[in-house]
Design a protein around this ligand. Structure first.
Ligand SMILES: Nc1nc2c(ncn2[C@@H]2O[C@H](COP(=O)(O)OP(=O)(O)OP(=O)(O)O)[C@@H](O)[C@H]2O)c(=O)[nH]1
Ligand SMILES: [Mg+2]
Length: 478
């Protein structure tokens, strides 16, 4: 009397739960696409009404049939994927019958049977004993040819040991799955992808940090250089346009409005200084925002430029010279007018003298006046030039000092931020390292468990296989 399969395993490893398989008293017919499964099921149902035939997809998950009929067409030998399908279908069932279908349409079907038998025997020792038959369940002409298969099935399904062998097969599958699981856990195979991803992530953090650091520094430096250039250009431009505007005003100013003009020039210079300063603040603010840094702190208000006074006070010797020249010119005019009168009307000599004198005097006064005015304007123009030059160096200096201050402020801000970012990156790296250590530890633990459990499981599966081999030997002998 042979032991029950459960007892065989329990003797070696009593702690194992039995295979989670629900046996159904049906014959599953399966095969690759278009092999002729449906036709064969119909024919078998017709010929063997005592048995239940189902197609593989009619079985629920966790259900196993009492026998598997594996159908392949005689059109070509078994392929790799056919074998995989067969393995899946017969995992928990010992009784397998191979059928080469459509033998009515393929004369060389016996060669295919031989080839299929050889291919399957090569795949695993258990398949060496699989019986193969030919069948034509739905021939193009004539009756179905399934007699050989029907006889084979009738004989095999009535074998008293069938249930026991199927149970042993289910135990083998259960033990093999358990062994595979311990092996995979111990090798850390399912962790490998995760560990690999973590390593990549760590490298990425380091690389990104290094890159960001140099990028930020380069960006700040080039932006500051640009600011220096653009703001310098802006300041000079403002000075040039205010110089043109003031020069035009100077050309229309008389001596009496001189004081007024000077204070006007000072006011305009103050405006330009304020305007340039506001321009600098805006530009530096935008620049800082572009670099994700806070705007540099605003400095004190700009001091008004120290413009020189207009040098219009002393020009006595020039005035004297002009008076003498003007008087000479006036005298000449007076003489000419007197002569003219004397020539036109000799009786009017006295009147001519008076008129000549008056005209000469008027001309003298006008010449001296106009000369003075022109002189003043020339001086004023030069002064405007001097003043705008002073203004220009003042605003350029302002640009220089403010950009320098911004450089100091932003550089220290940037290095503070760099430090914070480096600290965050280090934290992340430490986290990843801890996770990697944890994985390594768990893999080591799983390996230890595998080494501890595997021998017993291997013994159990060997015992199950020995029982199966014994049963099959007996069956062949009968
Ligand atoms: N000549 C010949 N043709 C057959 C035979 N059995 C099935 N066929 C033909 O093969 C084709 C597939 O038959 P099915 O029984 O539907 O095969 P199946 O494996 O169930 O097909 P799928 O479910 O679609 O994968 C049909 O055109 C059938 O007429 C046979 O014994 N001889
Ligand atoms: Mg079908």
């Amino acid at each position: 009397m042979s032991r029950s399969p459960d007892a065989v395993v329990a003797e070696i490893e009593p702690g194992l739960s039995p295979p989670a398989v629900r046996r159904r008293d049906v014959v599953a017919v399966t095969g690759p696409w278009l092999a002729g499964t449906t036709s064969l099921v119909a024919a078998l149902r017709d010929r063997l009404p005592d048995h239940t035939f189902v197609e593989a997809d009619e079985l629920g998950p966790g259900q196993a049939p009492a026998a598997v009929v594996f159908v392949v067409s005689a059109v070509a030998p078994l392929t790799e994927s056919d074998c995989a399908l067969l393995e899946l279908a017969t995992r928990n069932t010992d009784l397998v019958v191979g059928v080469v279908s459509k033998i009515d349409a393929h004369r060389n079907w016996r060669d295919i049977v031989a080839a299929d038998r050889a291919a399957l025997a090569e795949r695993a020792p258990r398949y060496a004993d699989v019986p193969w038959v030919g069948a034509a369940a739905a021939p193009g002409l004539g009756e179905p040819r399934v007699d050989e298969l029907v006889d084979l099935l009738r004989q095999q399904l009535s074998h008293p040991d069938l249930g026991r062998r199927n149970r042993l097969r289910a135990w083998e599958a259960r033990l093999q799955a358990e062994i595979d699981r311990y092996r995979a856990d111990g090798d850390g195979l399912d962790r490998q992808a995760h560990v690999e991803a973590l390593r990549t992530q760590r490298d990425e953090v380091v690389r990104a940090r290094r890159l960001a650091k140099s990028e930020h520094t380069i960006a700040l430096r080039s932006q500051l250089q640009q600011a220096r250039l653009q703001l310098g250009y802006f300041a000079r431009n403002r000075c040039t346009s205010v110089r043109a505007e003031l020069a035009e005003d100077a050309a229309q100013t008389g001596r009496r409005r001189l004081g007024e003009f000077q204070s006007y020039v000072r006011r305009r210079a103050d405006d330009v200084v304020t305007e340039v300063d506001e321009g600098i603040t805006a530009h530096l603010g935008d620049m800082a925002a572009g670099l994700n840094l806070p705007a540099p702190p605003p400095p004190g208000p700009p001091s008004p430029p120290d413009l020189p006074g207009a040098p219009l006070k002393s020009r006595r010797s020039e005035t004297q010279l002009m008076t003498v020249l003007g008087a000479g010119f006036g005298l000449g005019v007076a003489l000419m007018v007197t002569r003219l009168f004397a020539g036109l009307a000799p009786g009017l000599t006295v009147a001519g003298l008076v008129v000549g004198g008056l005209v000469g005097l008027a001309v003298t006064v006008w010449v001296v006046g106009i000369r003075g005015l022109l002189q003043d304007r020339a001086v004023l123009d030069r002064w405007v030039t001097d003043a705008t030059n002073t203004l220009r160096s003042a605003v350029e200096q302002r640009v220089g000092s403010r950009v320098l201050a911004a450089e100091t402020a932003l550089t220290s801000e940037l290095s503070a931020r760099e430090q914070a970012e480096s600290a965050a990156a280090e934290d992340r790296i430490a986290e990843i390292n801890a996770e990697l250590r944890e994985h390594a530890m768990q893999t080591a633990r799983a390996a230890a468990l595998r080494d501890q459990r595997l021998p017993t499981l291997q013994d159990a599966i060997d015992a199950v296989r020995a029982e199966l081999a014994m049963d099959n030997r007996q069956k062949r002998a009968e």
